[in-house]
Design a protein around this ligand. Sequence first.
Ligand code: ADP
Ligand code: MG
Length: 197
Amino acid sequence: FQNILEVISAKEDELGKLDAVAGDGDHGIGMVRGLKAAHKTVQDANTMSPSQLISDAGASFSDAAGGSSGALVGILMITTGNKLQDDNMDTAHVAQALELGLTRMCKLGKSGPGQKTMIDTLDPFITSLKTFANKSLSDGWQAALPAAEDGMNATATMTSQKGRAAKLGERSKGHKDPGAVSMIYMLETVGEELKSA
Ligand code: ADP
Ligand code: MG
C-alpha cells in the first residue's frame, strides 16, 4: 500500500499524453508535476503509515500540480488519508474514507456527478466499492473498477459544466473528460498495487 504513489509515477507519461484532449491542455503536465512531488514525499517520508503517507502525498500533490485538478485531487488524497486508519483498511472503511474525500472535493469544486469531470469516474467507483464490503480490499477494488470505467466513458457524451472546458459548451461533447481519464488510471494503478500488497 505504501508504494501506491511510486506505481502511479510510472504512469506519468501516459497521463501526460491525455493532456491535449480538452481545456487548456495542462492537465497532463499538472498531474505529472503533482505525482512527482507526491512520489518524492513518499520516498523521503519518515513514516510507514499508509494513511499518513496518503495525506502527506496529497498536500505535496496539491502544491506542485496547481490548477483545478491539483486542488481537487489534493483535497481528495488529504481527506481520505486523514480519515483512513492504518489498522482498519478493509473495503468498507476505505470506501467510507474515499466518500468523505469525494464530498470535500465536490464542496471545493462546487460540483457533482454528471458535469463531465473526474467526479464521474470517482463517484460510481465509490458507490460500487461500498457494495463489495464483503470482499477483500483488493478484490473489492477490482470489482468496482468497471463502474468507474463506465462513468469515465460516459463523460464523452456529457457537456462540460465545470472548469475551463465548460467554455466549450456543446463542443465538449464527443471527447472524454481528461480528469475523468486520469482518475481511472489512478484507480487502476492503485488496484494493481493492492494486488501485490
Ligand atoms: P485547469 O482547469 O485549472 O487547467 P486541469 O487542466 O489540471 O485544471 O484539470 C482539468 C480537470 O479538472 C477537468 O478535466 C475536470 O475533470 C476537473 N475539474 C475542473 N473543474 C472541476 C470542478 N469544479 N469539479 C470537479 N472537477 C473539476
Ligand atoms: Mg487545464
